[in-house]
Write a protein that binds this ligand. Structure first.
Ligand SMILES: [Zn+2]
Length: 279
């Protein structure tokens, strides 16, 4: 098998989509490379008190405990205020950019349901019926916007409810990308459904690779050398992820170097959907 790498981008906020994604499309076009974008169609935040407390932390320090930059330091005051106060819907109201992603040859997968924060907090306790309603909300917007039906799914914050594979298959999905582990390779069920792990990871596997290492104080050289080291580990399939509003705005230079390193090491840069045809 050829060697494949997927650059995966999770679109969690309207800034990701409006400001990060267009930069990423341009960059990938320059290398004739394709990736997978997981889009949240609904809203980022929930206004319940519990989550508001959590969000307060995003306004305080520059870095959070788990090795991410706070939203405030990534987005600035105006964008953070928009995100929190208006809490706009994400994919549901940005048809043109979503069509641009497809027009550039990338894959558009679905990232959760109506609300990213509520999925993160509650999805593991939801009934099958509730999970289907959430997935159907996302699929409804794909249909309304006349986008190709997605085959790849990723749960917000990796919070994958037990048994979601069965529900995803009912809705035409064939790929789930909810694991992170440096040693995992894709795992294909007898049914053909494939679990794709994110396996090029920072110190906190559930955080974006570049964002995590940068927040931990790595220099560009150190980030790239860690990336190279992980590309040389066993297995013909790699996946690395970040968020468009971080890497697509603040770290385009290092991303272009990661693309060049991948190519120089013989990797084909592809979407999960295209890679799945070779597994
Ligand atoms: Zn997310």
């Amino acid at each position: 098998m050829k060697k494949y790498i997927c650059f995966r981008f999770d679109i969690d906020t309207h800034i990701c989509l409006r400001e990060g994604v267009p930069n990423l499309l341009k960059l990938f076009e320059a290398y004739d490379a394709r990736g997978t974008f997981f889009v949240s169609m609904g809203r980022s935040f929930d206004r319940s008190l519990f989550l508001r407390e959590k969000i307060k932390a995003q306004f305080s320090g520059k870095k959070t405990a788990n090795g991410t930059f706070s939203m405030f330091s990534k987005l600035g005051a105006a964008n953070s205020a928009t995100a929190l106060l208006l809490n706009p819907r994400i994919g549901a109201v940005h048809k043109t950019i979503l069509h641009d992603i497809i027009a550039h040859g990338h894959e558009l997968g679905l990232h959760g349901g109506k609300n990213h924060a509520l999925w993160e907090k509650n999805a593991k306790n939801w009934s099958e019926q509730k999970i289907l309603q959430e997935i159907d909300y996302g699929l409804g917007h794909f249909r309304q916007q006349q986008l190709p039906a997605p085959v790849s799914f990723a749960s917000p914050c990796w919070q994958s409810p037990i048994g979601i594979e069965k529900l995803l298959k009912q809705r035409g999905f064939s790929i789930l990308a909810d694991e992170y582990s440096a040693t995992h390779q894709p795992n294909k069920e007898v049914s053909g459904f494939i679990h794709f792990p994110t396996n090029v990871i920072g110190k906190h596997g559930n955080v974006g690779f570049v964002e995590n290492l940068r927040a931990l104080g790595y220099s560009s050289e150190e980030i790239l050398s860690e990336f190279k080291r992980q590309l040389d580990t066993e297995g013909n399939y790699k996946m690395v992820f970040d968020h468009p509003f971080y890497i697509g705005i603040k770290e385009l230079e290092i991303l272009s170097q990661m693309i060049e390193i991948s190519l120089s090491k013989g990797y084909t840069i592809e979407s999960l959907q295209n890679i799945s045809r070779h597994i």
